[in-house]
Design a protein around this ligand. Structure first.
Ligand code: MD6
Ligand code: FE
Length: 197
């Protein structure tokens, strides 16, 4: 699909372990928490945290970026160097300002959405998958219309840029037990974004 790039097994199993160690070291300072939907306050099925100067959060008041963790009130930890290097290698844009961390335990999913809370729209969005396989769905710039499905595996890197920057996408489900990487099982997705120009 135009604007969508997929690098299968961009990270070797050993590199995935190294990246996971860096992620979990940060999570010790910025623990996963469960956001709620704007308006109805329904809890997400995914748990989240962020790294970098800005974090994406959702609560009853809406979606926004903020510099501090909503539970601890502390600044988010730095984005791991390996992820900054990845962005440098493939993104052709100034450095990311946010790394959203999504944790999917068994049964978690993410509804079809656009990444549109950023004013920086020329930079791509880049995502890294760790742990269990996930069924990723991607469509066009409207919620209706055809979608395609692809399986994201541990070590895969996906990039949305150009005409795909505002494509609808989501995670239908994960395949529990398909990987043993994540302690306690499941999948971690790291989404790197530039937020403002
Ligand atoms: C996920 N990913 O893979 C959720 N957004 O768990 C995203 O929402 C996403 O993978 C923008 C670009 C790539 C992505
Ligand atoms: Fe997204």
């Amino acid at each position: 699909m135009p604007g969508v790039s997929l690098w299968r097994a961009r990270y070797s199993p050993q590199e995935q372990r190294g990246l996971l160690d860096a992620v979990l070291a940060n999570i010790a300072h910025a623990p996963f928490y469960r956001p709620v939907m704007p308006g109805n306050a329904k809890p997400f099925s995914v748990e989240e945290s962020n790294f970098g100067p800005l974090g994406w959060v959702s609560d009853q008041a809406g979606y926004r970026y903020q510099a501090t963790h909503p539970v601890t009130g502390k600044a988010w930890p730095a984005i791991p160097q390996a992820l900054l290097d990845l962005w440098d290698a493939i993104a052709d844009a100034p450095p990311p300002q946010c790394c959203l961390v999504n944790l999917y335990r068994e049964g978690a999913r993410m509804g079809l959405h656009q990444d549109k809370d950023e004013t920086a729209r020329t930079a791509p969005v880049l995502s890294v998958s760790l742990g269990d396989d996930a069924i990723f769905r991607i469509g066009g710039e409207t919620r209706r219309g055809p979608t395609k499905r692809l399986t994201l595996q541990s070590g895969d890197v996906l990039m949305f840029g150009g005409v795909a920057r505002l494509a609808y996408h989501g995670i239908d489900r994960i395949k529990p037990g398909s990987s043993t990487l994540i302690p306690g099982g499941g999948r971690i997705n790291l989404t790197l974004r530039r937020v403002k120009d």
